[in-house]
Each structure stands twice: as C-alpha cells, then as structure tokens.
Write a protein that binds this ligand. Structure first.
Ligand code: ASP
Length: 341
C-alpha cells in the first residue's frame, strides 16, 4: 500500500499532467499547486543557522550572528565573524599567529561562497591579516575565482590591504623548536587542523559559507591545502545544502570531500549520514596510505531545512552552532575512532 507521501507525489504528477493540458488553455497558474504538493509533508525550516568548526568557531559565530541580525548581507556577516580568529594570535592555525611553514613563513588560504555559487578564494597568501576579506574582494571585484601567492598579495595591496608581519614570537619559537628535528608528522587535533570553516542558512533560506586557515603546521613552502579549494574545503549548492572540512587537506582534496557531502545530501542523505559516509570513504582510501598515521578529517554540513551535523575520523572534533532556539553553543561531533592525545 502506498504511503501518504507516495500518494501525494502521484497526485502531484497527476496535477502536473492536467496542468500542462489546462495550461495550453491559459491556466498556467496551476503549476504552483504541483510545487506545493511535491514538498509535502514540508519540514519546518529552522533559520537562520550558523555552524563553524572548532572552539574558535564560537566567537566567530557570535559576531556573524550579530551582524546578520543587524541586517548585514550574508557574506559581510561571515567575513566579520571569521576576522575574529584571523586576528587572534592565540589561534595558532588561522591568520595572525598561525604556525608557519618549514621556512618560517605564515602562508594563508581562504575562500568564500554565496547562494548564487559566486566564489572568491586566495591561496598561499602572505603578509595579510585577513585573507577572508581578500577572498571576498576576489569574488566581488575580479572575473576570477582564485588568486594565489604573489598575485593574490598584489591584488590585496591594490584593494588597500596593509602588509604586516604575521609571525608572532610564540609561533617563531615553536617553529625553531620544530627545526631541531624537522620531522613532518603533524600532531592530530593540534598541528594538522583547526581551520575555521563556517556555514550559514540565512533568514531568507539562502546558504553561504567561508573557510580561512594558515594550513598544516610545518608544511612545505608553497603547499596549498583544501581550504581555499571550492569543492574540497568548502562547497554549497543552494538547492541542497552546504559542507566544509577541516583536517588533513591532502586527504580532503583527494576525495573532493565537501562537494561529495553535498552530493550525498542531494541524494536524500541527512547531513549526519553524508558527513559520516564521506569520512568513511576517506578512511577506506587511506587506511594503507602513509598519511594514515596522522590523518584526521572532520566535516560539518547544513541542509536547507537548517539541519546540521559534524563527523570526524578521530575523536576530538567539535563545532559551534548558533540558532534562535538554543543560542550559541558547542557540539561534539560523532567520530569513527577514538583518539587519545
Ligand atoms: N584543512 C587545513 C589544511 O589542510 C588544515 C586545517 O584544517 O587546519 O590546510
């Protein structure tokens, strides 16, 4: 026996058939009925909702929330929130104070994307405190999606950004200590991730997102991670949902991580199911890989109903959530395997 939803779908298809006939006689407005019926039973959409990776997501969310509620456009609100960890020297994985590469250079990756699939991105950018703002300018003021290295810096300077030293004495000290052994083996949950990735469903039901990071600590000079790559570190489709990643960027790039999470949601998976399936895919593809020893990846996802989830390969990943119902808080992500520091 068909359930009510099947019945409604069939009824909708019937209505569509009738509409196309009747439509020829000038009653095209009946098309709207079809849309409504296909959505039945409609879930209550919760909005706005903002989610961000890690503890530093909380102050970022609070700022973004404030700006959004003050009527700022989604991208401006995202930028405002992400500038908080970028400027905080105590956040050692984003912007100012971020761990440098093995040559002692702080190199930054960031991207931003709106509900119309407009994207802006910068990679391997040095000397600019707020790469998320430069990424937004790439989106707004250039015909391109991504600018890199010296070209990204030149563009930032032409847009009025100021060049400054981002290597704090604390990060320099840690780098010099690392040089004593010079072994690239990022410490899980400390050195190989802490990107801030933020996803938003705004009051109008539109999605947007951003990522900003100094990338993996002690990386090779010139290395670019997943975070500025649309489809890897961040992806959204305004018809479906949004996803973002943190963790070992190489693994996320190899699997087109965030794009795949969104595609699974398109196929009907919940944000949790989608994050879990892609994390497990990454595990399966890496279990015999040299990177497995220090592999951690985590995803967050948000769908058009405002449902969200986080999931990681190893324990220790959390994300910030903001909504009207419960305010701002941290949620622990579920994970595949536990990990003791
Ligand atoms: N995904 C980032 C990268 O690989 C690292 C992070 O999440 O902090 O560059």
């Amino acid at each position: 026996m068909s359930n009510r939803r099947d019945f409604i779908k069939k009824a909708a298809l019937g209505a569509a058939a009738v509409t196309s006939v009747v439509g020829l006689s000038g009653f095209a407005e009946k098309e709207d009925v079809k849309e409504d019926l296909l959505e039945f039973p409609s879930k209550k959409v919760k909005k706005p909702v903002i989610i961000s990776t890690w503890n530093h997501g909380l102050p970022a969310n609070q700022e973004t929330w404030k700006e959004l509620k003050a009527g700022k456009p989604a991208l401006d609100a995202i930028e405002a929130g992400m500038k908080i960890p970028e400027a905080d020297p105590n956040v050692r994985s984003v912007g100012y104070g971020g761990y440098p590469d093995r040559e002692g250079k702080v190199t930054l990756d960031a991207c931003i994307m709106d509900h119309n699939s407009n994207c802006g991105s910068v990679s391997f950018l040095q000397g600019i405190m707020h790469p998320i703002s430069v990424a937004k300018k790439v989106l707004q003021n250039t015909p391109h999606v991504m600018l890199s290295g010296q070209g990204a810096l030149q563009f930032a300077l032409s847009e009025g950004f100021k060049e400054e030293n981002l290597l704090t004495p604390e990060s320099e000290k840690d780098w010099k200590k690392w040089l004593e052994e010079s072994k690239y083996k990022p410490v899980i949950n400390i050195e190989n991730h802490d990107t801030i990735s933020m996803l938003m469903l705004d009051q109008d039901g539109n999605l947007a997102g951003g990522c900003t990071t100094s990338g993996a600590a002690w990386k090779m000079h010139g290395r670019v991670g997943d975070s500025p790559i649309i489809g890897a570190g961040l992806f959204l489709d305004n018809e479906v949902g949004a996803a973002a990643a943190t963790g070992l960027g190489e693994a996320v790039i190899r699997t087109a991580g965030s794009a795949m999470v969104v595609e699974l949601m398109r196929q009907g998976k919940s944000p949790f199911e989608a994050c879990k399936e892609i994390t497990e895919r990454i595990y399966n593809k890496h279990k015999n890989h040299k990177d497995m020893e220090y592999l951690q990846v985590g995803f967050i996802a948000l769908n058009k109903n405002g449902e969200h989830a986080g999931y990681s390969l190893r324990s220790g990943f959390n994300y910030a959530v903001s909504d009207d119902e419960k305010g701002h808080r941290m949620e622990d992500a579920k994970f595949k395997m536990s990990w003791d520091k």
